[in-house]
Write a protein that binds this ligand. Sequence first.
Ligand code: SF4
Ligand code: SF4
Length: 179
Amino acid sequence: MPGKEFWKYKTLDQMSPAEWEALCDGCGRCCLHKLEDRETGEVSYTSVACRLLDIHQCRCTAYAQRFQLIPDCMHLTPALVSKCHWLPPTCAYRRILSGSPLSWWHPLVSGDSGTVHEAGISLRDKAISEAYVDAENLMPYLLPEGAWEGDAEPCTAGRHADGPQQPPISAPEFSDRAE
Ligand code: SF4
Ligand code: SF4
């Protein structure tokens, strides 16, 4: 059982398994395929999601078996968060690690799992499953640079006052992965 407002006083290392899971905002962004430029190391997101992601719910459809079914699915741990520079700026793990507060739309703050969708943070209606695209050619699905910049700003309007991850994948002109 997560402690009351645990994210305000616990580090990632100090969180219980239940608290760690609860910290995920359910945005689904980390389940998008990414490409890494071999020359610069720059990671770019695509709008193509892992085949196990429910695009509407933004949840993994096989969370308990994800590592068996998708070998590239990464087990995010406190130690890995600092290395996963490709995590989106809105990611709750990244924000807590950097000392930033959770935004108003985070379900732990709002008390409503729907606010991550209402705020436009989640992938809902914005992504396509890899089941419907040519996985060997993701270039047409690259998101523009800086597409998510500024998303992490907390709301000042007073509206309100399980973690999945897919590392960069390979493409002919890109390297295999970045951690
Ligand atoms: S791990 Fe981070 S980016 Fe992925 S769904 Fe959870 S909060 Fe969103
Ligand atoms: S948690 Fe892993 S297996 Fe599940 S949808 Fe996300 S990337 Fe795919």
